[in-house]
Structures are given as C-alpha cells and as structure tokens.
Design a protein around this ligand. Sequence first.
Ligand SMILES: C[S@@+](CC[C@H](N)C(=O)[O-])C[C@H]1O[C@@H](n2cnc3c(N)ncnc32)[C@H](O)[C@@H]1O
Length: 286
Amino acid sequence: MLSYQHGYHAGNHADVIKHLCWLGVINHLKRKNKPFTLFDTHAGAGLYPLDSEQAQKNKEFETGIHPLSGISANSELLATYLSLTQDFLAHQHYPGSPALAAAVMREQDIAHLMELHPGESNALNAAMRAVGKDKNVCVHHRDGLEGLIAMTPPQPNRGAVLIDPPYEQYREYQHIADTLEKMFHRWQNAQVVLWYPLLSARAGEKSGASEAMIKRIARLGTTAFSAELTVADYADDTGMYGSGVCVINPAWQLDKQLREALEEACAYLGEHTSYSLQWLKTEQGA
Ligand SMILES: C[S@@+](CC[C@H](N)C(=O)[O-])C[C@H]1O[C@@H](n2cnc3c(N)ncnc32)[C@H](O)[C@@H]1O
C-alpha cells in the first residue's frame, strides 16, 4: 500500500520539527572538514509546490512554515532553517528533506535518497536535477529500509540517517525497530533521526505504537533523546495531535539548539502548541 503523498502535508508542523532537526544534524557534521554520508530512507518528492491542488487541499503549511516565514529568528537553528526555506518559498515551493540536504551539503559529501512510490520517485529525480545537480546526490527507487541495510556501513562512515515513514500500516513500527537493530550492528557511530506521529486513542492499535518503538530503539546507540511538538491538547478523538523526532547518537549540543529553536517557533504556531525534549539514554546509562 503506497497511498501516502507528502504533497498534501508539505510545510506542516511535522515538517517543521523534522527539518529543524535534520538540518541541525547536517550542520554539526559540517563542522569538521571530513566528508560524510547521508541516508534519507523515505525521501518523498523532494520539492513541493504550495500552489498545487494537493497542498491547497488542506493548506497544512498555514499552520507550519507560513507563520514562521518572515520572522527574524534569534535562535541559530531556526534562523538557518528559515533562511533556507525562504529561498524556496519565494518561488511558491516548500523544500523536502532531500532539497534541504542538497542545499547545505559540500562537494565531498554524499546523500542516498530512497523512495519507493514510482510517481514520487520520478518527481524526486526531477527535483534533484533542479536543486541538487552540482551535489553528490544518488536517487534510488527502492525500499528505504532494505536499502539502508544494503548500503551500510557506508564510505565515508561518518554520517546520518533520516527515517520518515508514512506509518500507513501498524507493522511499520516493528519493522523500523528491527531494521535499526540490524543497522547498528554494522554502523555503530551513525546518527539517526526517526520521525514519529503522536496519535490519540482514535488511531486504534497505532495509538501508543510510536512510544513503544522509541523505547525499543533508544537503547541502540550511546545516547538518545526525543523532542516533540504538540499542536493540540490530547483528547481520545484528536487523531494526530503532534509529532516527534527520536535522535540516536546526537551531536554535542543538538538538544540545546533544538530546544531554543522549538521554544521560539512555538510562540508563532498557535496557542495550543508546545514542545518538550527528554533524554532517553545518556552515557551514564539513564
Ligand atoms: C513522509 S513522506 C517523506 C517526506 C520527506 N522525508 C521530507 O521530509 O520531505 C514518506 C515517503 O515515504 C515513501 N515510502 C513509503 N514506503 C516506503 C518504503 N518502504 N521505502 C521508501 N519509501 C517509502 C512514500 O511514498 C512517501 O513519499
């Protein structure tokens, strides 16, 4: 089943927390002059026109990137994210994770972008021809979790993984945890960013599945934290009331940067919006 299309959701609150975190990870990797490898296992279409029928259907960007664009941000990470997105928004587009990565990668870095949906994969190829042509970006039309195992450990083996599945099926949660267990046997120093939805009781068996998955994967690296952005008060019938990112082996002070960015962003994202960040594993083992 591949019915999910990110064009309906581009630039929403979930993209804000996910892309802030992914940019924070990449910018930390850039602090050393050594090359790195990125994997984006569920890359999507790469670039999203906000005037398209899909984006206009629910206008989710209106409660995500739009209230933030144009503000003068104090936090370093939020300012970086807004300055990058600004260039795309000026042309009525929102950049997906592949376009954001391509925009900040250096010539010695490499990114593997995986997308299984044939139409989205074609769109991703076209988007990368437009915005990633001078970068070392490889588009793979394949299952991203299977591709991740096949291509790890990478050369160079400094690097990071973004896992951003649609969670259309309940079994995806288990499959992601199994895949990360396998991956960490091969590539211990990977930084991983896993996006997950926060779902109320209305989601049935999926409610609580993110939390169980995070608990399982948080022990796989040396350290791990989760950061969450909630946009509605919890009620059994709310559906998706926010989302989070679990970061395994996060770079030094990524937590601080993300906290500052989310705190500042929350002030613009509506009165029911709030964030939290908690360490799930520290070097002391807590
Ligand atoms: C949430 S979207 C990705 C958005 C993108 N990461 C971003 O931030 O711009 C999830 C994507 O995963 C794709 N997908 C679903 N199952 C997949 C699989 N097994 N392997 C690779 N891609 C998959 C969907 O077609 C969809 O485009």
